[in-house]
Design a protein around this ligand. Structure first.
Ligand SMILES: [Zn+2]
Length: 212
């Protein structure tokens, strides 16, 4: 059964997604990853997306919806964990419709609760493995050995390209303006679980697993 992770940039969604994938074999559907893949193909769609991401603006719903629908259809037999989607109420409605077409439905939505100021601190200390895309945080979730990726052993740990301050301000602002209202949307449906995202990584995982 399908889950949604709702939360602002750097709230720990990525790390928790990886934990659930490992524990329960969810298919991790990250619209951020789908968009990055599309950008890598250098298609017209990819070029538009690149511009959106570089300015910190949320990508247009139609583009993201198209990528999402294709990926849901390709993975319809699996339990899907949605990460980074939906970001707005119209996307939430679109997701319902696509799932219904695929004779499926959302089971549960997790909201990662954290305030903007704490996010800023986190974001500035976030790094990604260039080789395998594992995500670390120097404050909350550092690699076991300094500068070395736990998953693949690469020494190529870098700050992500979209991590500069101005873009982040925009992304966080977008989240609280456009995405946070989804908390109420899913609460009304009775499928929302609020997670204290300020807690250490293992405690957050525990909160999620206990609520499943
Ligand atoms: Zn790695």
């Amino acid at each position: 059964m399908h889950l949604v992770f709702l939360g602002p940039p750097a709230c720990g969604k990525g790390t928790q997604s990886a934990a659930l994938v490992k524990k329960f074999g969810y298919y991790h559907l990250s619209t951020g990853d789908l968009m990055r893949k599309e950008i890598a193909t250098d298609s017209a769609l990819g070029k538009m997306l690149k511009k959106n991401i570089e300015t910190g603006v949320l990508a247009a719903s139609e583009i993201v919806n198209e990528l999402l629908k294709k990926d849901i259809e390709n993975n319809r037999q699996k339990s899907i964990l949605f990460d980074g989607y939906p970001r707005k109420v119209d996307q939430a409605e679109y997701l319902d419709a696509v799932l219904k077409e695929n004779k499926s439905t959302l089971k549960q939505v997790f909201y990662f609760d954290i305030d903007a100021e704490e996010l800023f601190q986190r974001i500035l200390s976030r790094i990604t493995c260039k080789a395998c895309e594992a995500v670390y945080n120097l404050q909350t979730n550092p690699p076991k050995e300094d500068g070395v990726c736990d998953s693949c052993g690469s020494h190529d740990l870098v700050k992500r390209g979209d991590d500069n301050e101005e873009i982040l301000k925009n992304r966080i602002k977008s989240f609280y303006e456009e995405t946070a209202p989804l908390r109420e949307f899913y609460q009304k449906r009775g499928i929302l679980t609020v997670i204290d995202a300020r807690a250490p990584v293992e405690i957050v995982t525990e909160q999620i697993v206990n609520a499943l």
